[in-house]
Design a binder for this molecule. Structure first.
Ligand SMILES: Nc1ncnc2c1ncn2[C@@H]1O[C@H](COP(=O)(O)OP(=O)(O)OP(=O)(O)O)[C@@H](O)[C@H]1O
Length: 303
């Protein structure tokens, strides 16, 4: 069995009388980037805060890199970086002063690291400006720089691209991916922007009403939840009967959308079309993270 870097077992948390997390079981492999997704109020931020040792669970066990967030909270925080909505920055200090402050706190030896990160996150021209006067996107980029100062082994990222413009989103996501490839840093990312998450995460955990209801990679989940594949084919074929080779299809402009029982049927279908016609493009429409997300949600409601 592959040993898990983060292992959570039967975790519970309530605030006053409200149960926020219940029977949470969750595992992450070392070096994995996992997306934590679920509707508003599902418990994602609370879960991240418990993992990072900011708040305590009521019961259940957590092991992160062999450590327990309750007993070894300081050690986990030394190994981890966190980005949350509030960012934890000092608004009276400049961007550079903030990074210097946290750099001293984390005991970062490499004095070039601050300038390196200011340049990387496109903040070098604003390094002397008070953070209170930063835009939302600038604050978010500075929060990421702060989280990466001490080259953590684990990154907890709660909505890391919220408030960023398209350039900022591209910069941050491509950096996180590159950083993971180079350093093997384990990352847990919460976000509602599923198409962005899909570009960086290797697997996903779905949280609903405080419970992890599903966990896996997109191909694993597609296999489990998607029973009819929708395949869009751009072709010169103009079928005239309601079915083509026994498959249902609909027409969308110059494209045909076929319903197939499995991906093995795609080549069979294309071979048939190519006997008489041309094919310009083929796209699977409903095996993306968003389609799977709604299937998982539907499944939860059916129970
Ligand atoms: N400190 C707190 N005191 C009382 N209730 C809280 C506290 N923190 C969170 N909650 C409640 O716990 C529930 C889960 O909140 P949480 O922020 O973990 O959800 P989330 O999945 O991160 O939501 P979102 O997608 O909106 O960010 C909500 O009902 C929230 O009101």
């Amino acid at each position: 069995m592959v040993s898990k870097y983060i292992h959570v077992n039967e975790l519970y948390k309530s605030f006053d009388q409200q149960v926020v997390l219940q029977n949470v079981n969750f595992q992450v492999k070392k070096g994995e980037i996992i997306g934590l997704i679920g509707p508003n109020g599902a418990g994602k931020t609370t879960f991240i805060r418990i993992l990072n040792g900011v708040i305590k669970a009521d019961r259940g066990s957590i092991v992160i890199a062999g450590l327990d967030p309750v007993k070894d909270g300081d050690d986990i925080r030394k190994k981890s970086g966190i980005v949350t909505e509030s960012a934890g920055l000092y608004h009276q200090m400049s961007g550079e002063e903030n990074l210097r402050f946290f750099s001293d706190l984390y005991g970062v030896q490499n004095k070039n690291r601050i300038i390196e990160l200011l340049m990387l996150f496109d903040l070098i021209d604003h390094k002397d400006k008070q953070v209170g006067k930063y835009s939302t996107g600038m604050k978010k980029r500075l929060a990421l720089a702060k989280a990466l100062l001490h080259k953590p082994d684990i990154l907890f990222l709660d909505e890391p691209t919220n408030g960023l413009d398209p350039d900022g989103i591209k910069l941050v996501l491509s950096y996180l991916k590159k950083y993971n490839e180079e350093t093997g840093t384990t990352m847990i990312i919460c976000s509602h922007v599923l198409h962005q998450l899909e570009t960086v995460c290797q697997s996903f955990a779905f949280i609903d009403h405080g419970t992890i209801v599903e966990q896996g990679t997109v191909p694993e989940l597609a296999q489990k939840y998607i029973d009819v594949l929708k395949v869009e084919v751009e072709t010169t074929l103009k079928p005239i009967t309601p079915k083509y080779q026994g498959y249902n299809y609909t027409v969308d402009g110059n494209k045909l959308i076929f319903e197939l029982p499995s991906k093995q049927e795609i080549s069979k279908l294309l071979n048939e079309i190519l006997k008489t016609d041309e094919v310009f493009s083929v796209t699977t429409l409903n095996t993306d993270l968003e389609s799977i997300y709604f299937k998982v949600r539907e499944n939860g409601h059916d129970k």
